[in-house]
Write a protein that binds this ligand. Structure first.
Ligand SMILES: [Zn+2]
Ligand SMILES: [Zn+2]
Length: 226
């Protein structure tokens, strides 16, 4: 398939790709293009505007039961290549994917009127040394020029969500999050990598609201259909 560019340009791109690959041995996990953590074409084909979810119950938004609830805005349905990419990001093999996914998500929406972005915090007992939600938030924040503030933390040693059943996730309590009082009076956007039932985001939103913030939306890379 041709991309419409002339062959000298393609050759130059190919040579540049090889050079980058030598210096920085990576390849786009979707199309295999050398020297790219995730190429622009694959990023824009992976992320598209999805049906918003209700931040109160995780159902489709606008929600009849929670008409005033803020939306969860996913950029993909969890599965296939996006699942693989999130896995690579999450388990640390390719951390640079986080800001790239964040930038891709930012491109799906007009810049929101937010004061800060708050990533879902890393579990206290997580063996991973970095937070993938924060990495995504940094990409969003950079694109939109909105500061990222890690103002939330888990209040106790809650097991990682991947080890909880759907019903256990629904039982997470508001007190599972502690949010710094700095959020008072701010318009907040929450950020996470994956949204399953929406319970984690809903609880974090409640904890932010309890501290006097206004949660306007939650941005997630992918939504897992129930
Ligand atoms: Zn690609
Ligand atoms: Zn709802």
């Amino acid at each position: 398939m041709t991309d419409g560019t002339s062959s000298p340009v393609r050759l130059a791109r190919h040579c540049l790709g090889l050079l980058l690959h030598t210096l920085w041995p990576v390849a786009c996990p979707v199309c295999g293009r050398l020297g790219q953590v995730l190429c622009e074409e694959c990023l824009s084909s992976l992320l598209t505007r999805q049906i918003p979810r209700c931040l109160s119950c995780g159902g489709p938004a606008p929600c009849i039961d929670h008409p005033r609830s803020a939306p969860i805005l996913p950029g993909a349905v969890y599965g296939g290549a996006i699942r693989e990419i999130i896995h690579r990001l999450k388990y640390g093999r390719t951390r640079a994917l986080g800001p790239i996914l964040g930038r891709g998500l930012a491109g799906l929406h007009p810049r929101p009127f937010l004061d800060i972005l708050v990533p879902v915090p890393l579990h206290l007992q997580s063996p991973r040394g970095y937070n993938q939600a924060e990495a995504i938030a940094l990409g969003l924040g950079r694109a939109w020029r909105i500061p990222v503030r890690g103002l939330a933390r888990w209040s106790c040693d809650v097991p990682a969500r991947t080890r909880l059943s759907r019903s256990e996730r629904r039982e997470l309590r508001v007190e599972d999050f502690v949010v710094a009082p700095d959020v008072r009076g701010l318009r907040v956007g929450l950020v996470d990598d994956v949204c399953t039932t929406g319970t984690t985001l809903s609880r974090l939103a409640s904890a932010c609201t309890a501290e006097g913030a206004r949660v306007e939306a939650a941005f997630v890379v992918a939504h897992v259909p129930g």
